[in-house]
Design a protein around this ligand. Structure first.
Ligand code: ADP
Ligand code: MG
Length: 451
């Protein structure tokens, strides 16, 4: 209620009036006065003015809100030293009393407005080589929003912690400053907001909202690809926010230049601040993540079991979590403890899939056979069309189907540079939409490789 009062006055009064009379007020509850909220004013002058001019209005709003008459008491005090305590033993506050709801509502309400999930924090985020740069950048931005790097652009494959990290930044800023206007939005939701602004001719309202944020977190921005009106709106929002030193943070499944169908002006803006990658975690980090998740879930997980799972589930963190959940369910279902034997049994199907996982050698052989060239041509330096194109197709597929990094793929193709792999991937993507034969071959190969 107090929060909505503040909002009301903020709208009704001009900024100076609001800052002079309303903002310095602090709500407190004194002992032995249940349901009698107390407002603390910083000096006599404010006290008298508020009493004469605002209290009647506040009481009317309170009566409407709680459906009963509530008297507000005004006292003098040092508003900065006064804390609203939740310790009921010292305050005798009944949980259902309007007074209690006066003080407990604002924070959850603000958090809801931000659409942040409070479970995604830096504390629950395990760090290793794969994500230490991304995490370091994220922490700097969280500590100095709008100042450190703007925008922060985090990219990487699925299930590698991008959403976790971007939300951790939002939560961190929120914890430090409940007043900050933070909004986490998935790119698809942003697109649908643009569509509905279109339908209702309400772009003014849309702009008013997005342009007034202190922190805007956009997840999975690759969904903006090809959506021109969305990109135009986002371009304005981005410029407005960044110029006002408001923080923009973006995640994406690829590097800005690789997002297909993204306007050049956005591509270049995405690189203005700091661009960091999250990579697939290495073995020890996968073990650490499993142990951390187990700890959060209050499960006892033996290190040997964690190693076993981490050794076999290599693709991403989401799958690791899935494996853990599966073992747990299996253990509850059978009543057996979470042992190595149980893990093997519970993950049988998953492991079978992993074993069939597509290796780069497999890709090279399959592509070479398909185009009726020698596998050796995959590593050779020859650049005639007849071998160069299949080689590019194989590199593109390797990037698509394996978790290998660009340098690793380059290495597997006769020690080529990672930019060669990137170029091949882009070239094939382009040809797949312009050349039906390349498109057909590519799809056929995917089909063969995926079995
Ligand atoms: P992405 O957005 O990159 O697809 P998510 O952030 O959704 O990935 O991560 C998938 C799951 O894995 C989430 O439950 C997340 O908490 C967890 N996760 C990912 N990376 C880490 C990490 N480094 N430490 C702990 N949990 C992680
Ligand atoms: Mg995500």
């Amino acid at each position: 209620f107090w929060y909505s009062c503040l909002k009301h006055f903020k709208k009704e009064l001009n900024a100076q009036q609001f800052n002079t009379w309303i903002k310095p007020l602090q709500l407190d509850i004194s002992e032995n006065c249940n349901d009698q909220p107390v407002l603390i004013a910083p000096n006599r002058f404010v006290l008298q003015w508020v009493k004469d001019n605002f209290i009647p209005h506040i009481e009317v709003m309170a009566q409407q809100h709680f459906s009963k008459k509530i008297h507000f008491q005004l006292i003098l005090g040092n508003t900065f030293d006064t804390k609203i305590s939740n310790d009921e033993s010292s305050h005798h506050v009944n949980n259902n009393s309007p007074v209690q709801s006066l003080i407990t509502k604002p924070v959850p309400k603000k958090r809801n407005a931000s659409h942040l999930n409070p479970n995604f924090t830096f504390d629950s985020f395990v760090t290793g080589k794969a994500n230490q740069l991304a995490r370091a950048g994220a922490i700097q931005v969280a500590e100095r929003p709008g100042i450190a790097y703007n925008p922060l652009f985090i990219y990487g494959g699925v299930g590698l912690g991008k959403t976790h990290l971007i939300q951790a930044i939002g939560n961190y800023i929120f914890e430090n400053n409940h007043e900050a206007k933070i909004r986490y939005v998935h790119a698809e939701k942003y697109v649908s907001d643009v569509v509905s602004a279109y339908q209702h001719k309400s772009f003014d309202k849309f702009k008013l909202y997005y342009h007034s944020l202190d922190v805007l977190l956009v997840d999975d921005v690759q969904f903006f690809g090809g959506k021109n009106r969305t990109q135009e709106e986002f371009f304005y929002a981005f410029n407005t926010l960044v110029e006002a030193h408001k923080q923009v943070i973006i995640t994406c499944d690829s590097y800005p230049k690789e997002i297909s169908g993204l306007e050049e002006r956005l591509v270049s803006r995405f690189g203005w601040g700091l661009t960091v990658a999250v990579e697939p975690p290495e073995l020890e980090m996968r073990v650490a993540i499993l142990l951390k998740k187990a700890l959060i879930e209050k499960i006892v997980l033996d290190e040997n079991v964690a190693f076993f799972v981490a050794k076999h589930i290599r693709s991403n963190v989401r799958e690791l979590e899935g494996a853990l959940k599966r073992m747990l369910a299996y253990s509850r279902f059978t009543g057996h403890p979470l042992s190595l034997e149980l893990a093997k049994e519970a993950l049988k199907d998953l492991l079978a899939v992993q074993n069939r996982q597509i290796s780069i050698e497999n890709i090279q052989k399959t592509v070479a056979d398909y185009y009726k060239i020698k596998v050796a041509e995959m590593y050779s330096k020859k650049r005639t069309r007849i071998v160069a194109r299949p080689r590019q197709v194989a590199m593109a597929i390797a990037k698509e189907l394996t978790q290998l990094s660009l340098p690793d793929i380059g290495e597997a193709f006769g020690g080529r540079d990672h930019t060669t792999v990137l170029h091949a991937h882009r070239k094939i993507a382009e040809l797949r939409s312009s050349d039906p034969i390349v498109s057909r071959d590519y799809n056929a190969l995917l089909h063969i490789l995926r079995g």
